[in-house]
Structure formats: structure tokens, C-alpha cells
Ligand binder design. Structure first.
Ligand code: URA
Length: 292
């Protein structure tokens, strides 16, 4: 039948829509113009007419009442260009960040949407998805890179050697692990603990974005370059921004060295402690063992 979408294409579109839905993007429009006015356009229902809309901008502009539709070929609808903003603020939200407008999103719902994920190649070698752990309304969130072997085995973030050091750091700040939230950019262990690749980060980080949106912490500490680059959407190295206050949406963000780096370079611990003291000052914390 003319105009019918081939079955394999229907399947692909359905999968893609399910993927967007998992990311929390649930608003779609097909065609903003009446077909009769623009007969050159693809038939309704063709994939060319299926566009993903940002729920923030869901309301479509209406033509002024006096405006008459013209019958010239309309210019193709240009996607709004988002000029990259200079640090220290994270750039404006992208398509995937549309997830931030999910009403009543919860960590449980995000975990359910993640499911037994097979969206990227990391699923092939993982044993357990490491979603995140800690206080669901923590004022302080630590974001690491990705699970290692111990985390992959236990399903919990930062429980290996680097994790023990992170726990000591948290406790030195006068907190316990249950007071903070700890998660990673990617939720599955990269083989041989390699750095997660761009496509893996792109696939997984929308879930991190949603976690941060739900928790809405006062402070986010990025542990290492991967977390920093992912959240600040930059390719710049961490070194020039380490220990500086940056903005991530409604949270303050500070990047510091990853605990695994500190295990290899114990001399850098002093720098990290200075960074954490900045966080403590913002959160009104006193170092462990220090009385008023
Ligand atoms: N390193 C990370 O970045 N995350 C973990 O959960 C463990 C080690």
C-alpha cells in the first residue's frame, strides 16, 4: 500500500522511540504543518516527519491570525543552534537533557528505565549494573568514571581500593557514605578498566543527568576528568579547572582528582583535601574530630 512504512523501518522507529522514552523524552510531534499546504512533504507517518521535541519547548508557535499561509517551499526547519557557552557554566541543555523536565521523576523510575541495559557495548562484559548509592536527597554527590572489578561484582559504586579512599575522604569531611550520593558516568564496567568511550558516555550519561536532576544536590564533586568533561560538556582537561567552583544547572560543581589517581600519586592528596575543604565550607561542615 502506498505510504505504508516498511515493517523493518517501523521496528527501527519503535526501538528508537523506546530509547528516547527510556531517557525520559516522552513528547513527540509528527508534523506541524497541515499536509494539504505542503504536498511536497513526506506522507504523514514517514520517519522524516517524526521529530523529537523538547518538552520544554513543547508549545508550538501559532501563526498570527492575519497571516496567510504561503505556498512557497518552506525552508527546512532548522534545529536551534546552541552556541557553546564558556566555562564555568555547563552549556545549555541538549536533546537528551530534555529529560530534566520529566514530572515526578524518581531514582527508582530512572533505574527501571535503565533496566537490564544493552544499549551500548559495555553490557557484553559486565556482571552487574552499578546504578549509584546513597542518600536520594543528598546535598553532596560524587560522580566517578565507571565501575571497576569490585563494583562490577557487588553492584555498588566505589567499593574497591579507590572506593575505600573515597570513604575516608567523605568521613574526613565529617560525613558518612550514607549522607552523600555516589555514582558514575557509565553504569557498566569498561573492560580492563579502560576509559569509557565517547559513544558509551553519550548513551549512558542521560541517566546520570536524570539522577542529578532528581537529587538536585547543592554540590557535585566530579572525581576525575571523565566526570568533569561529561557534565561540563567540554574537551578541556581537568587540570586548569580542578578546585574551581563551576556551575551545573542549579548545583555548584567542583572537579578534583580521582581517588585512583591519588593511589598512584599520594602527593596530590593535599590538593584534594584543599578542594574538599572548599566543599565543606559551602555545606557548613566541620572536619572530623574538629569541635566548634
Ligand atoms: N572508579 C570509578 O570511577 N567508579 C567506581 O565506582 C569505582 C572506581
Amino acid at each position: 500500500m502506498p505510504g505504508q512504512i516498511p515493517e523493518n523501518l517501523q521496528k527501527k522507529v519503535a526501538e528508537r522511540l523506546a530509547f528516547y522514552e527510556d531517557l525520559g523524552i516522552r513528547f513527540f510531534y509528527r508534523d506541524r504543518y497541515p499536509e494539504a499546504l505542503f504536498p511536497h512533504k513526506q506522507p504523514a507517518g514517514s520517519v522524516e516527519n517524526v521529530a523529537v521535541s523538547n518538552p520544554i519547548a513543547h508549545e508550538e508557535p501559532t501563526l498570527p491570525k492575519t497571516a496567510k499561509p504561503h505556498f512557497q517551499k518552506p525552508a527546512p526547519a532548522a534545529l536551534p543552534k546552541v552556541a557553546p557557552l564558556p566555562l564555568p557554566s555547563a552549556p545549555a541543555p541538549s536533546l537528551f537533557d530534555a529529560s530534566d523536565k520529566i514530572v515526578n521523576d524518581t531514582l527508582l523510575r530512572i533505574r527501571e528505565d535503565l533496566g537490564e541495559c544493552t544499549r551500548c557495548k559495555l553490557h557484553k562484559h559486565r556482571h552487574t549494573i552499578v546504578f549509584g548509592d546513597g542518600h536520594p536527597k543528598a546535598e553532596l554527590v560524587f560522580v566517578g568514571e565507571g565501575p571497576g572489578a569490585d563494583e562490577d561484582a557487588q553492584g555498588l559504586p566505589f567499593v574497591g581500593r579507590a572506593g575505600k579512599l573515597l570513604t575516608q575522604m567523605v568521613e574526613a569531611m565529617g560525613l558518612q557514605r550514607k549522607d552523600v550520593y555516589i555514582c558514575n558516568v557509565v553504569k557498566c564496567r569498561p573492560p580492563e578498566n579502560r576509559t569509557p568511550e565517547e559513544d558509551e558516555v553519550a548513551t549512558c550519561s542521560p541517566f546520570l543527568v536524570r539522577q542529578l536532576e532528581v537529587i538536585s544536590p547543592k554540590v557535585i564533586v566530579c572525581l576525575g576528568a571523565v566526570a568533569f568533561k561529561t557534565l561540563m560538556k567540554t574537551n578541556r582537561g581537568i587540570s586548569q579547572y580542578r578546585g574551581q567552583w563551576l556551575e551545573y544547572r542549579n548545583s555548584k560543581l567542583l572537579a578534583t582528582y580521582h581517588p585512583a589517581y591519588l593511589l598512584r600519586n599520594p602527593n596530590a592528596k593535599g590538593e584534594v583535601w584543599k578542594d574538599l575543604q572548599k566543599v565543606m565550607a559551602v555545606l557548613g561542615l566541620r572536619a572530623k574530630g574538629k569541635s566548634a
